[in-house]
Write a protein that binds this ligand. Structure first.
Ligand SMILES: Cc1cc2nc3c(=O)[nH]c(=O)nc-3n(C[C@H](O)[C@H](O)[C@H](O)COP(=O)(O)O)c2cc1C
Length: 475
């Protein structure tokens, strides 16, 4: 498993999955190169010698946009098939592996306090043309401690640089860090916070996941890594952070009665600037720590179908677990159709065993732990359909999903202000709920045995013909 971000980058380089680019401008150029390279399913990039910045102050992007790089992060063969990777992610299961506390780490190679703090010491990019500022936090983790229960939560929430010593933080309603932050605010207190801007991959990916309330993503990451995360405690907040991270800040979210500042818009994972510009909490930075030649790990959202994650490991395994826990049998695969788009389009492939089986699976996926947030469509297909193949899924919808009786609509589901389809009226009323459709694209169960046979040569016939003709026809 990668020891830290640099170790991961070296492993990616060894697999031909990393490229260096010198001399880009932090102002839009770097973001546009990121988009253009990701669009072609290119390698991860490290930008150095960034305009206005000294050599060594670097930005890394597109770290997990390919299946191969997710596999490298997981420490498995990069050529493992995608659905196999979802199964392997699940198979690691969950048994907390607590972090180990160390006295200090490489992130303390440079300590910057008080008046010397300047967040723009780092080459924070202006990612997209209509963004409302330079977003430092996209590939980072935001770490908070629950004030009542004491456990440590990690989430990934965008952070804009308002000025040299102040960040703005956007956290969607219902996310654990938001609940924690609001607990401090309800007590009339500021909320201590740490942000780590170059975490090791599995700590980052765990931070992106909706891990159940009360379970620290550090414990989860330890399990995924099969070894504990090494953390040290911040002097100002007492909150632990990865000791070998690239850049860490300690600070506090200021009580909203004292100050809020306008934040956004930001080009988001839905492919739109969904959330507009709104007053949001600010973070006053009290300390900055960084390694020599720091790497700002970044993950600007890009318009789908560019995948943000080459394999939807953040939620497909969790949905599959939900299905198992609910006792739904016959599941052959769970997938998110373009994993840049979060849970907008979930596909479940199932071997139908009884009437209502497909619907049962869809309802668990729609409301469960893994898929409960901002899902728009849950599509259930038979087990002859590869859920990772969008074309096959569309064929199943077109030929097995009768709109009149195979589509159900759920209303008032958990959503986000980032939803581009949120009508202005609902947005004004802070009602961020949305509807969700279940598409049963399986052969109708009651007459599935009479359903027309698929027009494709049998596996047996294909192998026979390939054996004889394979060389000539390129098989
Ligand atoms: C790259 C990336 C960026 C994200 N940015 C935000 C964000 O700005 N605000 C937010 O509320 N959630 C954001 N999320 C989603 C949360 O990180 C995710 O839902 C996470 O599970 C929340 O943590 P929690 O389980 O502690 O609530 C982002 C996710 C990813 C993968």
């Amino acid at each position: 498993m990668s020891k830290d971000l640099r170790d991961f980058l070296e492993k990616a380089r060894a697999q031909g999955e990393l490229r260096e680019i010198d001399g880009a401008d932090w102002n839009l150029e770097l973001g546009t190169i990121t988009e253009l390279v990701a669009e072609k399913n290119g390698p991860a990039l490290i930008f150095d010698k960034i305009k206005d910045y000294p050599q060594g102050y670097r930005v890394a992007v597109n770290l997990y946009t390919s299946k191969r790089r997710i596999a490298i992060a997981m420490g498995i063969d990069p050529d493992t098939p995608a659905l196999e990777m979802v199964k392997m992610w699940r198979a690691r299961g969950f048994k907390p592996v607590k972090p180990i506390e160390v006295k200090s780490g490489r992130v303390m190679e440079n300590v910057i306090l008080g008046d010397d703090i300047n967040l723009l010491k780092f080459p924070v990019p202006w990612w997209h043309e209509f963004d409302g500022g330079r977003y430092m936090g996209t590939g980072h983790v935001v770490i908070m401690r629950d004030p009542d229960e004491g456990w440590i939560n990690l989430g990934v929430q965008r952070a804009v640089v308002h000025d040299e010593k102040t960040l703005g933080l956007y956290i969607s309603p219902g996310k654990h860090n938001r609940i924690i932050m609001e607990k401090y605010f309800a007590k009339g207190q500021n909320c201590p916070v740490v942000m780590a801007f170059g975490p090791e991959p599995l700590t980052y990916l765990s931070g992106c996941m909706h891990v159940p309330w009360g379970i620290s993503e550090f414990d989860w990451a330890g399990r995924m890594r099969n070894e504990p995360v090494e953390v040290m405690k911040g002097e100002f907040t007492g909150i632990p952070f990865p000791a070998d991270d690239e850049i860490v800040i300690e600070g506090e979210c200021i009580h909203p009665d004292v100050e809020l500042r306008d934040e956004g818009p930001f080009g988001e994972w839905t492919g739109y600037y969904g959330g507009g510009r709104q007053p949001q909490p600010i973070v006053r930075v009290k300390a900055v720590y960084h390694r020599n030649n720091p790497i700002l790990a970044s993950f600007p959202p890009l318009k789908p179908p560019i995948p943000r994650f080459g394999v939807p490991v953040l939620s497909a395994p969790a949905i599959w677990n939900d299905l198992d826990n609910a006792g739904v049998t016959g599941i052959k695969g769970v997938w998110q159709l373009y994993s840049g788009g979060g849970r907008l389009l979930t596909v479940i492939s199932i071997k139908q065993e009884h009437a209502g089986h497909a619907k049962q699976a869809a309802m668990v996926a729609a409301g469960g732990h893994g898929g409960g947030y901002m899902g728009r469509y849950v599509i259930v297909v038979d087990d002859d359909i590869d859920p990772t193949n969008a074309e096959e899924v569309l064929w199943a919808i077109a030929t097995r999903c009768e709109p009149e009786n195979s589509i159900d609509i759920l209303r008032d589901c958990w959503g986000t202000p980032l939803d581009p389809l949120l009508p202005p009226e609902k947005r004004r009323n802070k009602d961020y709920s949305h509807s969700l459709a279940i598409l049963n694209a399986c052969r109708p169960f009651s007459w599935k045995d009479e359903f027309p046979v698929v027009n494709k040569a049998s596996d047996e016939l294909r192998s026979k013909v390939i054996k004889k003709w394979g060389k000539e026809i390129g098989y």
